[in-house]
Design a protein around this ligand. Structure first.
Ligand code: ATP
Ligand code: MG
Ligand code: MG
Ligand code: MG
Length: 492
């Protein structure tokens, strides 16, 4: 295999290191070291944020860091960049993926970054030029910014006008989070089919025409009020999805068909009662078998990398994102593929084997990762069975009542009592052709928070708090009688 994923990664880094004087700056952990605004590292630029903001000097072991490159471990399953919902259901979004990146810190700008991107893709990787498209920022009144004609004009050297496409801020103004460094970008897209004008399919969520590389011109810092302040220096920040690029170079139509997923799929096949992976997507995947394969393989990678970098599944924040990913994977495995309880941990050794050279830190944490996953799956399995039974009954009940929506309190019961994260309930509802009352669910969540806040306050007060709680409960029952409604014996 000429373009193994390892070779695609290495070729990228070599190109920028040896031909354009970039310094290899290793991937930072997926758990951001010192940025409370971020759940997980979601792009290569995260570790450089203090440099872009002028809070830190770009220094490397070799002196002032002007240009950097690497392959960054990323997770997009929460916060501003959350792809969890798509994962498994499409062929090119993962929760965990690697982003090949290059940076210029106040050094080169638009011209060089566009020139080198084009050269690498077409000359070194040898991608078919006629399948490439570029987008540029078309300007935005709300942001008070004009169109990026400069980027457009650089592209005209390489591409005909019909393959240079103006796009809006949603796609071509890149932001790391709600605040922080940002700027207009130009993106490179690839038509997997070829021999046609595919410009209408760019940025249209079409699996045949996918975005591969984002080249961001970092010029601003967005403040709390949403205002844009120009940065003292202009920077380049680029990111290309390694798995997407590998799929093109390996002539595959799906990221999941590349080399690094094959071991995982073979292992899932060993444990599944549904037969081997068939590559079906969307409505074609009637039994959801292939969706399940993709989701499970993805989630095993995400959990292995996140736990190796110090995250642990839990009830809030980062830990809850991991718990959601694990429960989603376990549900796909046990319910859809008929895998035995405890199947998930068996995927971990395969992930570690695949990445033992690129990311040796994984192997060092093998036992921790497996143990944490074993405990998590164990804890969820009993609830999962009860949840599936409850949901089957609920479906019948809804159908009888002519309802098409799972109510807020039903979704909350699944969350609170059965351990089903809301996105898992939503997914199962969608599979059954149902909706979920998300607002109702949020209201239940708020009510629960209020209750436990009140509880904590009263408990702090000791005996007198307990008496007040009892009085409120009595009062509620009394009022309920007056009103002719039923009072539950929940805490007030
Ligand atoms: P998309 O529009 O496909 O969701 P994006 O615009 O959100 O991608 P960027 O933030 O521009 O992505 O990230 C840079 C590159 O990282 C993308 O061009 C793509 O190749 C890759 N990438 C982004 N999200 C994912 C993901 N969830 N899984 C795999 N690769 C991804
Ligand atoms: Mg995206
Ligand atoms: Mg995009
Ligand atoms: Mg993009």
């Amino acid at each position: 295999l000429k373009w193994s994923t390892d070779n695609v990664r290495k070729t990228f880094i070599d190109y920028f290191q040896s031909q354009h004087s970039h310094t290899l700056q290793p991937s930072s952990p997926v758990v951001p070291l010192s940025d409370p605004t971020l759940l997980f590292t979601n792009a290569g630029m995260n570790q450089f944020k203090p440099i872009f903001l002028g809070q830190a000097d770009p220094v490397s072991v070799l002196g002032k860091l002007k240009r950097a490159t690497n392959s960054q471990k990323c997770i997009r399953a929460g916060g501003k960049h959350n792809d969890l919902e798509d994962v498994g259901r499409d062929t090119y979004h993962h929760t965990f993926f690697e982003m090949l990146g290059t940076w210029s810190f106040g050094d080169y700008f638009k011209k060089e970054s566009i020139t080198w991107s084009w050269d690498l893709l077409t000359t070194v990787y040898g991608l078919d030029e006629t399948r490439l498209y570029a987008t540029y920022f078309k300007g935005d009144e709300g942001l008070g910014l004009p169109a990026d004609e400069e980027a457009r004009d650089f592209w005209r050297q390489y591409l005909p006008d019909n393959r240079i496409i103006p796009c809006d801020a949603k796609d071509n103004f890149w932001e790391m989070g709600d605040t922080g460094p940002c700027g207009p970008c130009t993106e490179i897209h690839y038509d997997r089919v070829g021999g046609r004008d595919a410009s209408a399919l760019v940025n249209a969520d079409d699996p045949e025409v996918i975005e591969i590389w984002n080249v961001v011109f970092i010029e601003f810092n967005k403040d709390e009020e949403g205002g844009l302040k120009p940065l003292p220096e202009k920077h380049i920040d680029t990111g290309m999805g390694l798995e997407r690029l590998a799929s093109l170079l390996q002539n595959k139509n799906s990221n999941y068909d590349i080399d690094i997923f094959q071991g995982l799929f073979a292992k899932i096949n060993d444990m599944s009662k549904k037969g081997p992976y068939g590559g079906l997507v969307g409505e074609d995947d009637v039994e959801l078998r292939d969706t399940a394969y993709r989701a499970i393989a993805d989630h095993a990678r995400a959990l292995a990398f996140a736990i190796a970098d110090g995250a642990v599944p839990s009830n809030e924040g980062r830990g809850y994102v991991l718990r959601r990913i694990l429960r989603r994977g376990v549900r796909y495995g046990q319910q859809i593929l008929g895998c035995e309880r405890g199947f998930f941990e068996h995927l971990i050794p395969i992930v570690l084997e695949t990445f033992k050279e690129a990311y040796p830190e994984l192997k060092a944490k093998e036992n921790d990762i497996i143990e944490i996953i074993r405990d998590e799956e164990n804890a969820f399995s009993t609830m999962l069975d009860r949840g599936i039974t409850y949901f089957e009954e609920l479906k019948v009940e809804l159908k009888k009542g002519g309802r098409d929506t799972v109510s807020g309190s039903e979704a909350f019961f699944m969350y609170d009592t059965l351990g089903f994260p809301i996105d898992l309930t939503e997914l199962m509802a969608e599979e059954a052709g149902l909706k979920v009352d998300g607002e109702g669910f949020e209201a239940e969540m708020t009510a629960q928070k209020d209750r436990s806040r009140m509880d904590r306050k009263m408990k702090k007060m000791g005996a007198s708090g307990q008496i007040i709680l009892e009085l409120i409960a009595e009062q509620t029952v009394y009022l309920a009688k007056e009103l002719g409604v039923e009072a539950t014996d929940d805490n007030p």
